[in-house]
Design a protein around this ligand. Structure first.
Ligand code: C2E
Ligand code: MG
Ligand code: MG
Ligand code: MG
Length: 291
């Protein structure tokens, strides 16, 4: 009888992990080590003001250079961090590191506004707002210098948690941005109760804006509706001069993408910034950055 049960029975009692699962498990162990060994870094990608062409701020993006694998994309390791309970440790580090960097730049005379990406797991962390507030205090920063990006899909998942966190961030003076807008199933109507300051239109729409009438119409309509709700609009993933010109024509407020600059380390950003500063007249007062 035992023989007849054969391979199937064995498969039940000795389950073999599929390759993808094994890979995830390896990566999470390595990610744990990377956190302890401080091998994660932040890169920064400029956001450009559509009317003045000047830098309005930067988005902080996680980078992990693995000793053997080379660079591992956040698209790969963020979901692993979320799945294995590492995301809060990573997310808290990102907040602190972004604040430390802002203070560093401030000591060089540059008031650069930084956006950090928050995972839904971080929003469920009870002390998130307190942590952000104390990181800002510790680094002597104006809360209005920090912006939190939350993806649209997250924004729709758990409205109560979201409202609580957004209200808390608004109370301490931190700005909020709805990231990857257009990829979820929400509408601006659902978002209107939230104290968000800006909407980032997902890269997929920007990518098609020159070739698809639909994409063009959608982006145009989103810009207008967002403006009528009092939100600023940012376009992500701008790669061509044609896309840039269409977005300027639509009165999109800010643009971000490889056409302007790739994400880069803090040192490289400083050089890029100094090289792009047209005539030294860039106004870094908070009102100039935030209005
Ligand atoms: P995101 O927040 O939507 O970030 C924009 C992504 O688009 C970045 O990819 C950026 O490098 C890329 N990008 C910017 N301009 C262009 C362009 O012109 N063309 C193309 N093709 N891509 C462009 P990255 O750095 O690989 O990050 C991917 C995602 O990983 C982010 O999407 C965000 O969801 C997540 N992520 C990155 N850093 C963090 C973090 O610190 N915390 C959390 N929770 N998530 C993060
Ligand atoms: Mg983002
Ligand atoms: Mg985005
Ligand atoms: Mg995106």
């Amino acid at each position: 009888a035992a023989k007849r049960a054969g391979g199937n029975t064995r498969a039940v009692f000795e389950p073999r992990m599929d390759e993808a699962g094994e890979e995830r498990l390896n990566l999470q162990g390595e990610l744990r080590m990377a956190i302890e060994r401080r091998q994660l870094k932040l890169h920064y990608q400029p956001k450009i003001d559509s009317t003045t062409g000047q830098i309005r701020g930067v988005e902080a993006l996680l980078r992990w250079t693995h000793p053997e694998r080379g660079s591992v994309s956040p698209v790969v390791f963020i979901p692993i961090a979320e799945r294995f309970g590492l995301i809060n440790a990573i997310g808290n580090w990102v907040i602190d590191e972004a604040c430390r960097q802002m203070q560093d730049w401030a000591e060089d005379g540059l008031r650069i506004r930084v956006a950090v990406n928050l995972s839904v797991h971080q929003l469920r962390q009870d002390d998130l707002v307190d942590r952000i507030e104390s990181a800002l205090k510790r680094h002597h920063l104006d809360p209005a210098q920090l912006l939190c990006e939350v993806t649209e899909s997250v924004a729709m998942g758990d409205p109560e948690t979201l409202q609580r966190v957004f209200d808390g961030l608004a109370r301490i003076g931190v700005f909020i941005s709805i990231d990857d807008f257009g990829t979820g199933y929400s509408s601006l109507i659902n978002l209107r109760q939230l104290p968000a300051a800006q909407l980032k239109i997902d890269r997929s729409f920007i990518n098609d804006i020159e070739t698809s009438r639909d994409a063009l119409a959608i982006v145009g309509a989103v810009v207008n509706l967002a403006h009528s709700l009092g939100l600023k609009v940012v376009a992500e993933g701008v790669e061509t001069v044609g896309q840039r010109d269409i977005l300027i024509g639509m009165n999109c407020d800010e643009m971000q993408g490889f056409y302007f600059a790739r994400p880069m380390g803090a040192e490289a950003l400083l050089e890029w910034f100094l090289g792009n500063k047209p005539d030294g007249s860039v106004d870094f007062s908070p009102s100039a950055m935030l209005e």
